[in-house]
Design a protein around this ligand. Structure first.
Ligand SMILES: Cc1ncc(COP(=O)(O)O)c(C=O)c1O
Length: 477
């Protein structure tokens, strides 16, 4: 069956109807809205114009190489990259991080069981890199009050197997900048690379520096920083699919470049994980970055920062809620007291038209509500504060979501290493999540499910969520 243009358009509109809105400032995770219609239009036009070009061979599509080099240059200037720096454009923060870890690992072939030192707040992408690349993560608890990495403990965790030390600017979970100076100094003293994950802060923190001279230093200006990742599809407000990984020198980048001539086809020559890659995202990023320009980025960053600080002070007046740590950037994490829970508040906010992201507990760090502020959210600062107060009051009336004791006991008895289909199906049924034909049915309100997962150890959470994605990602009958 074929569909004509109008039918396709109508069908896509129907498909899209249940998605979160990408614009309007009401989705406070996953999406970034500059509020500039012209930037969106220009980005989409470039995305479409370059959709079928292929970054596989830069000599065949020199426009893409040129735009990548331009973006790397602009990113480098933002984060004080030294003379001789080098970088690559990747598909996103996770790919940039995978490559930073790969480069660090392969620069030390003498270390047979490599390790990397991570604060517990380092992004989960480092755990993916650890898993894929066989680099052991050594987790170091952060300061329980500031939620920043503890430099002395980080330094103490470096040993002769360490290939990489990581800090965030800021951390996604709590929105705080790690003390990069002492961490990078300890790494340098041990002859180890130090990566600063500025995936979410890289295009916003530099623009806030003028207004906030007290911002903790985190760029290449800090001695010992060897690589920095920064995503354009976040605060550069470009369409999805673009991040930059910068190295202090071309030599540091060398170990993630790849060539293979060991087959009778074209020699594969890649700077990143992808081989064939659409030139659409890079062209869109080039267009948006040049359209918005430094001055407007500064004003957008200021708007998002003001919205963050406004909500943080509004939270002081909301019974049941506190700010997890004073925000250093444009992200906020909120903690609920015993009268309510963040999962119910998240559901209540969704009822009021806002998506705020629940984050589960880890070690001694409590569950939180995460809010990423875009420039476009600034226009509704008062509204979000009022709805958050209202949602929290409603959650206090219901009281904290408590998963049934028997269900927690049933789930806790599962060994994540041996979780099989039958046990998983039994658990879904007991939790009321199984459809008649054994399919997974997610409830409208997620608080009970999230509270159950939050009560379980992370390894078990992972195993159960893998079961969930496995059930969800099945061919349409
Ligand atoms: C600090 C940080 N690092 C890495 C990532 C991963 O980026 P991506 O989702 O583009 O792979 C994110 C995403 O939010 C992030 O905030």
């Amino acid at each position: 069956m074929t569909m004509d243009h109008d039918e396709i358009r109508a069908a896509l509109t129907v498909l899209r109807a249940r998605d979160l809105p990408t614009h309007g400032g009401r989705t406070l995770a996953y999406v970034y809205d500059s509020g500039l219609a012209s930037a969106d239009a220009i980005g989409r036009e470039a995305l479409a114009a370059f959709a079928s070009t292929n970054g596989l061979d830069p000599t065949a599509f020199p426009s893409l190489l040129r735009m990548e080099n331009d973006l790397v240059g602009i990113a480098g200037r933002l984060v004080d990259a030294p003379d001789g720096f080098a970088g690559v454009v990747t598909s996103g923060g996770t790919e940039s991080i995978l490559l930073a870890v790969l480069a660090a690992r392969d620069a030390r072939p003498d270390i047979t069981a490599p390790r990397m030192v991570l604060p517990t707040t380092a992004h989960a992408a480092f755990h993916k890199a650890a898993h894929w690349l066989g680099v052991d993560p050594v987790l170091v608890d952060v300061d329980p009050v500031t939620k920043r990495a503890e430099p002395v403990a980080m330094a103490g965790a470096i040993d002769d197997r360490t290939v990489l030390v990581v800090a965030s600017a800021p951390s996604y979970a709590h929105g705080v900048i790690d003390p990069v100076q002492p961490i990078a100094a300890a790494a340098a003293a041990a002859g180890v690379r130090c990566h600063v994950d500025a995936c979410i802060g890289g295009w916003v923190l530099p623009h806030l520096r003028a207004a906030d001279p007290g911002q903790l230093p985190w760029t290449f200006a800090v001695d010992g920083v060897t690589s920095v990742s920064l995503d354009l599809h976040k605060y550069a407000y470009t369409p999805k699919g673009v991040s930059v990984l910068l190295h202090a020198s071309a030599e540091l980048r060398r170990t993630h470049l790849f060539a293979s001539a060991r087959w009778p086809g074209y020699t594969m020559l890649n700077t990143t994980a992808q081989s064939t890659k659409s030139g659409g995202p890079v062209a869109a990023a080039w267009a948006v970055v040049h359209h918005i320009g430094a001055d407007r980025y500064a004003s957008l960053a200021g708007d998002a920062r003001t919205a963050t600080l406004d909500l943080a002070s509004a939270v002081d007046g909301i019974p049941g809620l506190t700010v997890a740590a004073p925000p250093d950037s444009t992200l906020l994490a909120l903690v609920a007291d015993d009268s309510c829970d963040v999962f119910t508040i998240s559901d209540e906010m969704l009822d009021r038209g806002w998506f705020v992201q629940p984050q589960m507990r880890f070690r001694d760090l409590p569950a939180t509500l995460h809010l990423t502020f875009s420039a476009a959210t600034a226009a509704s600062s008062d509204l979000i504060a009022a709805d958050l107060a209202d949602a929290t009051a409603a959650a206090r009336t219901t009281g904290p979501a408590r998963p049934p004791v028997e269900l927690v006991a049933m789930a806790s008895a599962i060994d994540p290493a041996t979780l099989d289909e039958a046990t998983f199906t039994g658990l879904l049924a007991a939790a009321g999540l199984a459809g008649g034909d054994g399919t997974l049915v997610l409830p409208e309100r997620m608080a009970a499910v999230n509270a159950l997962l939050d009560a379980l150890p992370p390894e078990l959470r992972e195993a159960l969520l893998l079961g969930v994605i496995d059930r969800l990602a099945r061919p349409t009958p």
